[in-house]
Write a protein that binds this ligand. Structure first.
Ligand code: NDP
Length: 281
């Protein structure tokens, strides 16, 4: 099964399907990532905040896969926004991951109510890290349209991706459109809403019609919309199931029925990025 790749605005390529490790305990991460690599995933999405970069690194080392065959993303923790902290912390992440560079480094949250609202100098620090060769691409996460407009107008550099909450109950259209307007790719986090959408009768109905599970239907919907996804699971059968989404298609009508499940702001599972200002302890 070949995973399609998308070309980023800095000309590197990214596999459209990856494996997310949010909320996988550090001690279980190596095993889960090894299962994913065994199933065929070659793109791993972690973060300093998840506390499991070490387990990702162990799995990569043990897998014996060539570095150039893997795409690894990590994200800057919310307490590391000062430029010198951003630079120090990426070096620490690389040590944990056992890598000389990551493929993609993201500002995890804009944190507009902290650091005097200055996420632009943080963005400049990421650009410098890219220049220094410690990450191939740089991007952001949880940026609202006005946050994107600001970094682009102040630095002239658009992110390669914006990783935002997107699933059938929260289609986040404005942030998706703004991301694309800036030439960046959309990465959809919590693609199956952490399981919350899977009992929806519309999805169960489509799943029956196409002979797939509701999770596969939702993941396929994301792919057909052109978004990048990395569902998380610690369950081997689900890890495999979530990878088996390239041999069927949803019709235009089925795509529309899934998109119509959007509940707007009420459908969010995570915080609103305009209001997310909590620093870790
Ligand atoms: P997901 O939408 O990927 O859902 C994960 C949950 O769904 C787990 O409880 C898992 O259970 C269950 N699940 C997975 N596959 C199936 C399946 N086929 N059938 C039934 N249940 C299933 O949630 P995440 O929040 O983990 O999002 C994915 C990734 O997005 C994260 O891991 C992270 O990389 C990224 N993310 C980024 C954020 C950001 O702020 N940038 C915020 C949140 C996520 P089990 O593991 O028990 O099998």
């Amino acid at each position: 099964m070949t995973v399609p790749t998308l070309k980023l605005n800095d000309t590197t390529t990214i596999p459209q399907l990856g494996f997310g490790v949010f909320q996988i305990p550090a001690e279980d991460t190596k095993q889960a990532v090894l299962e994913a690599l065994e199933a065929g995933y070659r793109h791993i999405d972690t973060a300093q905040m998840y506390g499991n970069e070490g387990g990702v690194g162990e799995a990569i080392a043990e897998s014996g896969l060539a570095r150039e065959d893997l795409f690894v993303t990590t994200k800057l923790n919310n307490n590391n926004h000062r430029p010198e902290d951003a630079k120090r912390s990426l070096r620490e992440s690389l040590e944990q991951l056992g890598l000389e560079r990551v493929d993609l480094f993201l500002i995890h949250w804009p944190m507009p109510g902290v650091y005097d609202g200055d996420f632009v100098s943080t963005w400049r620090a990421l650009l410098e890290l890219r220049e220094a060769g410690l990450t191939t691409s740089v991007g952001v996460s949880n940026f609202q349209p006005h946050h994107l407009d600001r970094i682009v107008s102040e630095t002239g550099e658009a992110p390669a991706v914006n990783q935002i909450e997107v699933h059938p109950y929260f289609t986040n259209d404005e942030a998706r459109e703004a991301t694309r307007r800036h030439g960046a790719e959309v990465e959809s986090w919590s693609p199956i809403a952490q399981g919350a959408v899977l009992d929806d009768p519309v999805l169960v109905g489509i799943a029956g019609a196409v002979g797939r599970t509701p999770a596969q239907v939702v993941l396929r919907w994301h792919l057909q919309r052109g978004d990048i996804i990395f569902p998380k699971s610690v369950t081997p059968g689900r890890i495999q199931q979530n990878f088996a989404i390239f041999d069927f298609e949803l019709s235009e009508e089925q795509m529309t029925s899934v998109s119509d499940l959007d509940k707007g702001e009420a459908g969010r599972r995570g915080p609103n990025p305009d209001e997310m200002n909590i620093l870790p302890d």
